[in-house]
Structures are given as C-alpha cells and as structure tokens.
Design a protein around this ligand. Structure first.
Ligand SMILES: Nc1ncnc2c1ncn2[C@@H]1O[C@H](COP(=O)(O)OP(=O)(O)OP(=O)(O)O)[C@@H](O)[C@H]1O
Length: 269
C-alpha cells in the first residue's frame, strides 16, 4: 500500500490461522490500521493481493461474516444503547440479540443511556457488543483495549477467549499493551515500518528465542535481535536454542516483542 506520502505497507506476506486469536503489534505508524482497512475492503491496496475468509475483500461490499471495530469506534452519539442494539438487529440478519445484550449487561452500561454520554471505555464495550452481536466468523479489533481500565481489559480479553473457544471465531487484535496479550493471543504478527518483522505461533516463537545473560566478553551467537550491556554484563535476545556459556531463559511475549520493536527502531533511526 503506497500512500501519496510514502509506503503504508510493503513486502508484507503472511497468513493468519482461523479459530485463533492473532495479535497485531507494531509502533505508531507501522501499518496496523492500514492492514485492517485493506482486509475489510475499506481501502484498496495499490499492489499485491489479500484474501479474507476465502474472498478478495470489498468485491461485494463488506463480508457479512466479518466484523471490524475501528480505532475511533463510530457509534451514533444521539442513540441510546437500546437503540444501538435495535439498529444492530435491523441491519444484521444473523444478529444474536441475547448475546449482544449479555455483553452490555456485563459491561454495566445502562440500556437507556445516550451513547454520547458514555465514557470512552463504556463506548468501547458497546461497540464490541455490536460487533460481536453479529456473530462474525472473523473479528478485527483496532486497539480495542486503549480506553479500558485494567479490569475491563481483562474482562474483554477473557470474553474474547471464551468466544473463540466456544464458536471457533477468528480474531485479529492490534494493541500497544503487549502484557495484556500474553496468555490470550496464540499467534503474532509484528510490523514495523510497513514490513513484517516477526510472524508465527507465539509458542513456537518463544521456544525459538532465548534471553542470554553473561559476561560482555563472550562471543555473541548468530541470530542476535538485540544486545545490551550494563557494566561487565551483557543481556541478549537472540533467535537461537540454548547457547553454552550463557545463562539461557525463554522470553515472555512482552520481552520478545519489545526486543524486536526496539531493534527495528534503532535500524530506522
Ligand atoms: N490516508 C493516509 N494518507 C497518507 N498516509 C497515510 C494515510 N493513512 C496512513 N498513512 C501513513 O501510513 C503509515 C501507516 O499508518 P497506520 O495508520 O496504518 O499505522 P498504525 O500502525 O495503525 O499506527 P498507530 O499505532 O499510530 O495507530 C504511517 O506512516 C501513516 O502516516
């Protein structure tokens, strides 16, 4: 995707598994929203191709099996929550009213409240209820956690997890709060500067990397992503199996993602 100002996405090849939760991580301007807008058909790529649920997006309008929650969560501010749910039911033949109402109740948002009077976090929960009420096969969420307090973040992630386990729904979720994705996302797509930097099953990626701690005199192994030194000690994140002479540990998702994000920032600088 080339914008007038420059590249939004390039050399970007990947495949996401169905029935799983994939995390889309990347610094500001990495191309996450661009990718989601292309996948929904809102934006037509200037080159290359993409297939979503077996179809090229945008050919016959937005795919009915796909729900997209954009970063700015467009909702009708003058509508009450009840009216938003009614609109959801009218516009979507596969609407699951019981489920959408349960999500609103779980969020503790009054049905008679005007959407314009809700807090950012409450609006997010309503937008999620409307997106999930359509019972989509694929849901794409662009930073859904940004306005939520820590408890609400946990609740939303747990309900997504339950939904995936129950229905086999596929989720693509972008977030800057990587710690919240740990234990929830089983697949990772890390973008920086419009390119794919890291991609794969989280468990595989974690077992393929090590945090190495040792003397700064030691020879660095192949596959170094990031190396830092403090005093006489070196801390290295590398794509490798155990390296003799170093203290080896498997990274957490957050440690892995942050090392890649920091390393791409240095290259770009
Ligand atoms: N409509 C547009 N016209 C021109 N350039 C754009 C447009 N939309 C995005 N870009 C540029 O494309 C790049 C990727 O932007 P994008 O919004 O996809 O990033 P992002 O990863 O979603 O960022 P953030 O985390 O800040 O939301 C950025 O350099 C951005 O300035």
């Amino acid at each position: 995707m080339r914008y007038r100002r420059g590249w939004g996405l390039r050399d970007c090849t990947f495949q996401l598994p169905t029935g799983r939760i994939s995390a889309l991580i990347g610094p500001n301007g990495a191309g996450k929203s661009t990718l989601m807008r292309i996948a929904t058909g809102l934006l037509r790529p200037t080159g290359g191709s993409i297939e979503v649920l077996g179809e090229a997006p945008g050919k016959r309008g937005t795919n009915r099996k796909l729900a997209f929650l954009a970063q700015d969560k467009p909702l009708y501010k003058g509508f009450t929550v009840e009216e938003m749910l009614k609109a959801g039911a009218k516009l979507n033949p596969d609407w699951d009213s019981g489920y959408a109402r349960r999500l609103v109740r779980e969020a503790d948002v009054p049905f008679d409240a005007k959407v314009g009077t809700l807090s950012g976090g409450q609006r997010t929960r309503i937008a999620l209820a409307i997106a999930l009420g359509r019972r989509p096969e694929l849901v794409m969420l662009d930073e859904p956690l940004a306005d939520l307090d820590p408890i609400a973040r946990q609740e939303v992630m747990q309900s997504l997890l339950a939904e995936v386990a129950e229905t086999g729904m596929t989720v693509l979720l972008s977030s800057h709060v990587i710690a919240d994705l740990d234990g929830v996302c089983d697949h990772l797509l890390l973008l920086a500067d419009g390119r794919v930097q890291l991609h794969g099953d989280v468990d595989d990626l974690l077992t393929q990397h090590r945090i190495l701690i040792g003397s700064r005199e030691l020879v660095l192994p192949d596959g170094v992503v990031e190396a830092r030194t403090t005093g006489r000690q070196a801390t290295v994140l590398a794509r490798t199996t155990d390296v003799p002479g170093w203290d080896n540990t498997e990274p957490s998702l957050e440690e892995l993602a942050l090392a890649y994000l920091r390393s791409t920032k240095k290259v770009a600088a």
